[in-house]
Design a binder for this molecule. Sequence first.
Ligand SMILES: *Cc1c(COP(=O)(O)O)cnc(C)c1O
Length: 388
Amino acid sequence: MDPMRAQRLTALPPYLFTEIDRQRSQAVAAGHDVIDLGVGDPDLPTPAFIVARLAEAARNPATHRYPLGIGLPELREEIAKWFASRFGVSLDPNTEVLILIGSKEGLGHLPLALVDPGRTVLVPDPGYPVYQSATVFAGARPYSMPLAADHGWLPDCTAIPAPVRRDARLMFLNYPNNPTTAVADLPALQRIVSFAREFNMLIAQDAAYGELYFESRPPSILQVPEAKEIAVEFHSFSKTFSMAGWRIGFAVGNAEILAALAQVKSNLDSGTFQAVQLAALHALRQVDHPEVGGLRDVYRRRRDAFCSGMRRCGFELATPQATFYAWCRCPSGYDSMGLAARILADANVVLIPGVGFGKAGEGYVRAALTVSQERIEEAVERIGRLHL
Ligand SMILES: *Cc1c(COP(=O)(O)O)cnc(C)c1O
């Protein structure tokens, strides 16, 4: 118990990377050349045409005032247009689009808007930790839906006990998935929407990696005909356009859910810098710009280098269809903590143990391909020398 902190902080899931963090700092302090495939922080700069638009917009004093509200109308209209052309889904820009200070901000505030204390929220395991923390902050109870390879890393709704189904108010989904890199196809999303409707649950689908795909384009959950009755989808500029530091994202879908989230936000923040919104508009209008496609090509080459290299080292891993991660099975004799610790100690390469994303992540480690291809090749070579 920390006498300074509110109890809700002690109710957060334990931070499992302390040991890896400590080892990493120690290795760096000792002067070792550490290759960090830990945190998924895009290393490639934002395309120049977007930066130029920000600079221009920032010179206009009209952008300097409080942005307020649900976002600039011209940006919301552009998002609706993009959604129609990308997914064939029509959105009302005035009620079905909400601008966020990054998608994490919206995901983090959503349970406050929708879920009463004591109710249940279904969260994917392994999963992005925000779903669980946001649930705890709202005084609600996270229930882990285990994802497994033999089920395509999709939640097995039939395995959720009846009392949990009845009590669940909200389900978080994340496809393309961090950390497993899995993509959900439309029939899978259709099945989950049917399940949620049957049990009166709402759905928050996190599509932060929706545009970071290598083969076919992942569907939007809003392509499921009835989804808009119960679902919202979160999109980000951070990964698509390498704009992680800019803090802008958006949510689309059910108007009542978005209005509730907007109400929470209006009491906590005052919107996203308008110059950033104008630059984001410019980015989205040119989502097929060669510089944006170039980012995807870099990640694809890194993916291919990492996957083929790791397979040569004897690792088992599926080729990711999306995201900038790779999700590798631990060789026999290692759990995920043990493997990450060994690779850090003896190869100076940081990987995240799968168990850090939830119990069901045990048996895997995640590599973030957010360093150069040369460094990835170097990391693989060092891991290979360990003969694990
Ligand atoms: C990176 C990431 C986000 C955060 O995106 P922002 O728009 O930068 O807040 C959300 N969800 C997942 C799964 C992520 O990996």
